[in-house]
Structures are given as structure tokens and as C-alpha cells.
Design a protein around this ligand. Sequence first.
Ligand code: ADP
Ligand code: MG
Length: 575
Amino acid sequence: MLKLFRFLKPFTITILFILVFMFGQAMAELYLPTLMSDVVNNGMMNGDTRYILKYGAFMLMVALASSICSILGSLLSARAAVGFGRDLRDKVFTRVESYSLHEFDKIGTASLITRTTNDITQIQTVLVMMFRFLIYAPIMCIGGIIMALSKDKTLTILLAVVLPLLIVTICILAGIVVPYFKELQKKLDKLNLVLRESLIGIRVIRAFNRLEIEKRRFEDTNRDLTDTSIRVNKIMAAMQPIMMIFMNITTVAIIWFGGLRINENQMQIGDMMAFLQYAMQIMFSLIMVSMMYVMVPRAQASAVRINEVLDMEPEIIDPEQAQKPVKKRGYVEFKNVTFSYPGAEQPAISNITFAASPGETTAIIGGTGSGKSTLISLIARFYDVDSGSVLVDGKDVRELTQKDLRAKIGFVPQTAVLFSGTIAENIRYGKEDATDEEVRHAAEVAQASEFISGMKDGYNSVIAQGGTNISGGQKQRLSIARALVRRPEIYVFDDSFSALDFKTDARLRAALKKETDDATVIIIAQRVSTVMDADRIIVLDEGEVVGIGAHRALLKTCGVYREIVSSQLSEEEIA
Ligand code: ADP
Ligand code: MG
């Protein structure tokens, strides 16, 4: 947790003020019982009304000052803690944005969400307590003991018995509770995971009638979390009556022994009342500290999880001396590239060599799992190669900054991802400052303008979160339009025509051809009709290139290609 305190720096002045206010409150509260004992001893005992009024008014003022300090202290504590939370969330989010896909796989989306929300809230809560009690509690405890001693030394022996007992009890309870707190955080993660999965997969769950099973899975996780929470809260709940018993017994003892001493004229009534209050103050401060003692480990567990996010170095980083990107060309070359996913036994792709130049269309075809998506994700450097190199415009992608590299690429992923917002906003995602004309043109080329104008608000129609209110084919076309509006040097289509009917597919490719005249186009497709006219077809099989060439040549030389073709086209069409 200490490591996270570096983010408190902007709040140094606020924290100083908090400490001053809390110091003020503590001092005022320590002063009050003494004042009271004066009023009782000198005023009440002698029936001196003027004395009572004068010192009573003074007491009121001290009490008021203490309240004001307390209010200001709380206010500033809340501000500093919430501000800290905001900054930390910002840092975590920025860090996560810089992650490459490896890091996402490692921590997991659900856990990343809990870490950015709940874990940071935990720390925030503890911070508020820390600001308020860190200086207040020790002053109250030590100050209380000193003041109690000054009132009556003999009675203080009583405290010497009670306080150690109290401390031991607190330590035992905390020792039981703390491990549970750490567990809670993990269980919350699990709950988030289950919830996310079942919400995202709701259609599948319905379709397969798995509602009951999902419900049970959620209930199990939920109950697990609840049980642990209840167990923790039971122990915490036991804490309160135990503390009350301690306090009440102490009160009785003080009044008992104090009464005896007053009877022997060794003590004044006012002093006994003051002593009683000091004893309460000391015990309260100990309880506060014990609360911190319980809360801190929980926040500590959260802090560890947050630090994990902050400290994880993204595997893909920009080179220190990045090469300047060359202007507008779009030449892509793979030199003997081999890549395997972490933990995988076999490389996903191996020994890939090919080159694609501007004005050319390169198609990639192959069975599912043959490594097509993997291959193109290397162009945008979503992953780094094991060996060999991927060159864009003659430069290794690792020598360019990710920003420069990706600015060259218009990427259409296999599963179309849209963001909540209007259609125009989604297309503009590809180029922020695109004019309306550019957006319209991109949509036209992507064969999307027809269905867009059919919608109620045209380009301003709102797309629901995840794009659930439009069809798969419509989503694909919008994500194609998003790539087109960029006018990049390299177009990468990962099976982006799969949800289109043949007619739309053909029209789209015809329009694309004009649009991408001087660009490098890389298309992954399942349909032979989509790849047939490409300048170069790469046939992948189990991560290896089994054939490169034009359609006609491949028909003669490549068995795998011939198989794919004959499964889709009739004999006449092939001839
Ligand atoms: P294609 O796009 O040709 O269907 P992919 O390139 O998606 O195939 O996958 C190639 C291989 O890599 C598959 O065997 C798959 O199991 C594996 N793979 C794909 N993505 C990942 C990933 N994120 N982590 C680990 N293995 C993966
Ligand atoms: Mg794929």
C-alpha cells in the first residue's frame, strides 16, 4: 500500500490541513473533561453560579471549536481520498490501455474491472479513516493517559489492567478476521466473472436452455461470497458488544473505586468524572485503531492487486529511438516469421514468407484454426514474433512506434466490434475529423448506406452497447466503413465478408477495388469467390504456407487449395 501513497502527492497540502484540524479536535476534546472537573469542583461544590456560567460558556466554545475541526477534517479527508481514488483509477485505466493482448489474457477482463472499481474503493475507504485517525487516535490515547494520571494516579492502575486486556482481545479478533477479508476480494472477482459471462452469453444460454445451470452457477458463487461476508460480519458484530462490556465494566470500576477514594477525601468528584471521560477516550481511540487494524489488511490486499496492474510491463512497447515512418506506401513483408502464443506447445504460424505491395490484393485462405487471424494480427503488432520479422514499408514493425504503425493500417477484425453511440460516430472512429461527406462515402463503399438511410435517424441512429440492435452483416459493413474512412495504406480484412450475402459481397468488393487502388489489401476469406481475383493467394494449413500464387496456378500446384475450391465450386465453374 505504501507504494500507492505516491499518488497522494497532489494532496499534500490538504492532508496537512487535515492533520492540523484533527490535532485541534483532539486537543479540544482532551481539554473538555478538565474544564468540566473545574466547573464541578470549584463551581458546583461551592454553589458559585457565576463561576459555572463563565466556565460553562468557555466549555461550550471549546466544544464548538472541536466540532468545527471535526467537520472540516472529515470534509477534507473525504476530498483527498476521493481525489486519490479518481487519480488512481485514471492511472490504472491508462496502464491497461497500454497493455498488449498478452497482459489482458494474464489478468482477465473481469478482474481488471474489479481492480479498477472495487479495489480502489477499498483503499479510498481506508484512506478516509487513516487521515482522520492517524494523528487523532494516538493523541487521544497518549494524551488521555497523561491527563488521567494527572487527575488521579491510583485509579490509573485500573487502566493498567483493563487496557492490555482490551488490546489482546482486539488482536485476537483481528487475527481471525483479516484472512477472510483477503478472501472476499477474490470471491468478488469470481462473481464478476460469472456475471459477465452470463450477461454477455445470454442468447446462447437461452438458446441452449442453460438458464437453470447458469443460475445455479451464479447462486453458488453468490452464496460463497455471501457466506464469507456474513462470517466476517459476525465476528465484526461480536466486536461491538465485547467493547461495550469492556467500557461498561471499566465505568463501574472507576465509579466504585473513585467513590471509595472520594469517601476517604483523597479525590474530588469533578476529578473522578474527568477521569471517567479520559478512560472512555482512551478506549475509544484503541477501538478506532483496531478498526484500522482490521481494514488495512483488506486494503493492503487490494493495493497488491492494483500494483500488479500498474507494475505489469506491457510486452509490446515502442522502441526508444523509433524510426520515422516513410510516407504513404504500404509495403508489407513477412520474412520467415514464426509465432506461438504463450503457453502453446506448437507455433500458431511458422516460417511465413511473403510480400505484398501497394495496388495488390493478397488473399489468405485456409481452414479454421490454420493461423489466418494470427498472421494478420502480427502486421498491426498485436503480438511480437518469435523469430523472423514483419516489415511494413521496409521497416521492422518493432522499430516503429505503435501509433505510427497503426496509423497506416485500416483493420477490420473478425468479429465486428461497435461502440455505443451513433452510426456516424462509429464510422468516425476510424478518423476523428472525417467530414460528413467522407463518412457518407465510406458507408456507400461498404454497402452500408442503404440500410443506414432505412433507419429512422439515418446516420444519427443510435447503436446499442455492443451493437445488438443491428444484424451481424450490418455490423460488418459498419466496421468496414470505419476502416475505409481512414484511407490507410494497408487494408486488413479478417473474414469481414462472411456475414454478407453473395450479392452484397460481390458489390462490396467491386466498390472496394476502386477505393483501394493504390493501397495494399490483405483479405482473409472462406469463400473461393472472394479470393479468386486476388493478385496473390496464400494458402495456410496448420500455420504453414502450403501454396502461394494466383488462382489458376494454385489450382494446378496446390492440393489443399484444390480441395477447398472443389468443395465450393462446381466442375464448370472451376474450368
Ligand atoms: P484462424 O483465424 O485461421 O481460424 P487463428 O489464427 O485464430 O485461426 O488461430 C490459430 C491457432 O492459434 C489456433 O490453434 C488457436 O487455438 C490459437 N490461438 C488463437 N488465438 C489465441 C490466443 N489468444 N491464445 C492462445 N492461442 C490462440
Ligand atoms: Mg480467424
